[in-house]
Design a protein around this ligand. Structure first.
Ligand code: ADP
Length: 359
């Protein structure tokens, strides 16, 4: 477990003072894959570096597995740092050393038994899928393979926490997926708590169970990944979510609306968790005297649940449409009416339809 309690960090130079972290409070539970997302300069790297004391907080405390490293002796700090593995965007491998030597480094530094070290390194390289690269040099490896070496080096000391500093940002999408799968396997098999910082929402969506959003040194929003993605509260969070989930009205649909081609009323239906598996659209057409015309839709797989977004036209008498909408809301669909407004930024009507429209 990692606890950040009122953590602030100020960098001072002769010419300027930068408040990189401002009163950060966060709890990463044991077994979490916890993501911290934010744009460049938000304070993510500074935050993650306070965990293993690569950066010490100006005020506040960082507690890792019950210990505040900053309060320990230098020798004790080194001992605790061995329980915290870290991987980096640019891998930080020694090019003059083989894969084996790179991975063995944290163990040889602590002068362990040679045979035991060898066994542990081989075992770890096997786990990350690099048994055939033991004697290669970093220059002979692909980016994904280099990151696997970085991961093996971080795991070789059997840490309880793994810190990932933009670990997939230098990799292509396919390699990113394979590295994320490896991180998931580490979390599940070794029960290692993982703290990830990233600017990519895809990474958060793929493997994290909880997320914090940072902006200007502060945590502005935190929660379960499903909740944050389906109901972002802050604008910055919404912008990150938009990079992975389309929840707006596509321009093509908007253009069709402008052409006044439709007689009916246009609605945006959002299906979250409970409602996403139900045949609500077919029920709408069956139970009520209305026609349903689907204009746009997508479904995103999220944390073993699905999150659907549909733009539909409902054609029929007003009372029937209202009854239909009422039914959908009862079935936990989020409903908003889409207006043919001249203002492209305001697709959704804020006008309440009696008491039936939420949000
Ligand atoms: P992120 O990882 O989100 O891009 P950082 O934690 O790297 O953000 O940086 C947060 C702010 O702190 C930035 O304004 C950055 O320039 C500043 N900063 C980070 N490290 C240092 C440092 N060692 N000295 C001075 N300023 C720093």
């Amino acid at each position: 477990m990692i606890k950040f309690q009122h953590v602030s960090k100020t960098f001072r130079s002769k010419t300027q003072t930068i408040e990189a972290l401002k009163d950060v409070n966060l709890t990463v539970n044991k077994g979490d894959i916890f993501g911290v997302i934010g744009f460049s300069g938000a304070g993510k790297s500074t935050l993650i570096r306070t965990v293993n004391l690569l950066e010490s907080p100006s005020s506040g405390e960082v507690i890792v597995d019950g210990k505040n490293l900053a309060k320990l002796s230098k020798r004790k700090i080194r001992e605790e740092q061995k329980k915290i593995g870290m991987i980096f965007q640019h891998f930080h491998l020694l090019n003059s050393k083989t894969v084996f030597e790179n991975v063995a480094l944290p163990l040889t530094l602590s002068k362990g038994n040679k045979r035991q070290i060898e066994n542990r390194v081989i075992e770890t390289l096997e786990f990350v899928g690099l048994s055939d690269k033991v004697h290669s040099y970093p220059d002979q490896l692909s980016g994904g393979q280099k990151q696997r070496v970085g991961i093996a080096r971080a795991l070789v000391t059997n840490p309880s926490v793994l810190l990932c500093d933009e670990a997939t940002s230098a990799l292509d999408p396919q390699t990113t997926v394979s590295i994320l799968n490896l991180l998931k396997k580490i979390n599940e098999q070794y029960k290692i708590t993982i703290l990830i910082i990233t600017h990519e929402m895809e990474v958060i969506k793929e493997i994290c169970n909880r997320v914090a959003v940072m902006e200007n040194g502060r945590v502005i929003e935190t929660g379960n990944v499903f909740d944050i993605i389906t109901k972002p509260q802050k604008e910055t969070t919404s912008n990150f979510v938009k990079s992975i989930v389309r929840d707006d009205v596509p321009v093509s649909v908007y253009k069709m609306l402008e052409s006044n081609k439709y007689d009916g009323r246009i609605f945006n239906f959002k299906f979250l968790g409970d409602s996403s598996g139900k045949p609500i659209i077919s029920q709408l057409a069956k139970r009520f005297n209305i026609e349903v015309n689907i204009l746009f839709g997508n479904i995103t797989e999220l944390q073993q649940a699905s999150f659907g977004n549909l733009i539909i036209e409902l054609i029929g008498r007003q009372e029937e449409i209202e009854r239909g909408i009422h039914y959908a809301i009862q079935e936990k669909v989020e409903v908003k009416e889409v207006e043919e407004s001249g203002n492209r930024n305001r697709y959704y009507s804020e006008r309440a339809m009696g008491n039936v429209v939420h949000g």
